[in-house]
Design a binder for this molecule. Structure first.
Ligand code: ADP
Ligand code: MG
Length: 285
């Protein structure tokens, strides 16, 4: 499973008053199973990039290869691409429309021409993956579900296509704390089960730090940083210049360093900070 993006450029409304260059010179490769966080201010091009990756938007110039196959060429049949690469839009719950949850989740596989038995298997598995109880929700109307459950049902609809790459655009946006925690768990579970590539966009740096193996930082249509989360969150001044913050735990470490000048820590989790404090106390007795 691999993604190769080469020098992608995209202009909305070219030669019109609203002309906007949304992507410019975007290149990156993903060659191994991993969770990749995409961060960047509103308008930096994150959603436009995801829509290119599953063929919803054709680039103005540049190329995308999925498993070595170019998906940006002329007259490319994109059905296969969309099946392979699941995209969960922002607020996907607004796109639920069938009378029951089971029918909604089954919609994609049905369109693929899967048989009844296969559809049923996919629906059950997808609901299990997103942490919804089939027996409880299958016959419910999607509109009877809570906000967080609705979103998970919508994600199940994408997972039922059994994509080998999953992309989620701001999956935590607008969720209450419990639904938020459920969503973190969902992404971890899907990653473990699929052992594939997951790309997700988020403004929550704590989530990004917790979930990501690698981060892409976007600014004004470009990828300006592409590195591990430890390396990226060390560059707090550059991030701040782009209107981006660091995870809360990194803020706490910084506050400690302000008081104890020789304390150095660059944590992504509470556990990492605790280890650094322990180490510091050992050497400063
Ligand atoms: N449908 C559209 N028509 C015109 N401009 C758009 C459209 N969608 C996005 N843009 C513009 O493209 C740029 C990138 O937007 P987007 O990809 O949505 O960024 P992000 O997801 O990082 O907030 C922004 O300047 C935005 O205003
Ligand atoms: Mg967006």
């Amino acid at each position: 499973m691999s993604i190769e993006v080469k020098d992608l450029k995209y202009i909305y409304s070219p030669d019109m008053p609203g002309e906007t260059t949304a992507l410019d010179g975007v290149s990156f490769d993903v060659t191994e199973p991993s969770v990749i966080g995409i961060i960047g201010q509103t308008g930096s091009g994150k959603s436009t990039l995801l829509q290119h990756l599953n063929g919803l938007i054709k680039p103005t110039s540049g190329e995308i290869y999925i498993d070595g196959e170019c998906i940006t060429g002329e007259k490319k049949n994109l059905t296969d691409v969309r099946r392979k690469i699941g995209l969960v839009f922002q607020y996907p719950e607004y796109q639920l429309f069938e009378e029951t949850v089971a029918k909604d989740v089954a919609f994609g596989p049905k369109n693929l021409g899967a048989d009844e038995e296969d559809i049923d298997r996919r629906v059950r598995h997808a609901l299990e993956l997103v942490g919804l109880d089939y027996d409880e929700v299958a016959e419910m109307s999607p509109f009877e579900l809570s906000g967080g459950m609705k979103r998970r049902a919508a994600i199940a609809g994408v997972l039922a296509m059994e994509p080998s790459i999953l992309m989620l655009d701001e999956p935590m946006a607008g969720l209450d704390p419990q639904a938020h925690r459920d969503m973190l768990g969902l992404i971890k579970r899907v990653q473990q089960e699929m052992n594939s590539i997951i790309l997700f966009v988020s403004h929550n740096m704590g989530d990004v730090a917790e979930l990501s193996d690698r981060l892409l930082v976007m600014n004004k249509g470009r990828i300006v940083m592409d590195d591990g989360p430890h390396e990226i969150f060390k560059r707090r001044d550059e991030l701040s210049d782009m209107g981006l913050s660091v995870p809360p735990i990194a803020e706490i470490a910084q506050k400690i360093s302000d008081k104890h000048k020789d304390f150095e820590s660059n944590p992504l989790t509470i556990g990492e900070l605790a280890d650094d404090i322990k180490e510091y106390r050992k050497t400063n007795r």
